[in-house]
Design a protein around this ligand. Structure first.
Ligand SMILES: [Zn+2]
Length: 176
């Protein structure tokens, strides 16, 4: 017995970049990635995940201070903006769904990427570093510039992601 493909009231179904499908209700807030029938793992991100799933707090703070956001729905720089940047850079590799009407999930937007969670993490950090280098180069505040430059001098993306994920794995918080 096969299920109807778009059954009413059972939540949205995502068409993944790999060609498979995923019912959003099979995802939950604690999920970072899932194993797909295509053989790969795909990262899952929800707008309610805090941006420190990917970035240390000092970076989130600098971003919130330096990046102007124009949307009333998302006044502060957060996870939705991070995924917007990824989507802009890799439009073919990200699918998203507005699930705000679906009370089952407790999230507003769900993204699934062709990348696994670790690769997505690296991509986000790389894109944010680029974004910040650009933003900081236009900043008038010398203190912000020098603080950023001193922190970036010792910053290695791959090493950071490894350490950050290992550290967060010890944390009882599920988001990663
Ligand atoms: Zn897949």
């Amino acid at each position: 017995m096969s299920e109807p493909s778009v059954p009413g009231g059972r939540g949205a179904v995502l068409d993944l970049p790999c060609g498979e499908t995923k019912r959003v209700r099979e995802l939950d807030l604690g999920k970072r990635e899932f194993d797909c029938p295509c053989g790969d793992s795909h990262a899952v991100v929800m707008d309610v995940h805090p941006p420190d799933r990917f970035l240390p707090e000092f970076l989130v703070e600098i971003l919130q201070e330096t990046i102007e956001t124009t949307s009333d729905d998302m006044p502060e720089f957060g996870t939705a903006h991070l995924m917007g940047i990824v989507l802009e850079e890799f439009p073919e590799a990200v699918v998203s769904e507005d699930v705000s009407e679906d009370g089952e999930l407790g999230a507003g937007i769900v993204w699934v990427t062709d990348f696994d969670s670790r690769r997505l993490h690296e991509i986000i950090v790389e894109l944010v570093v680029e974004l910040m280098e650009h933003a900081v180069s236009h900043a008038d505040d010398d203190e912000v510039v020098s603080e950023f430059e001193s922190k970036m001098l010792q910053f290695d993306v791959s090493e950071f992601v490894d350490q950050y994920r290992a550290q967060r794995d010890l944390d009882p918080e599920p988001y990663m």
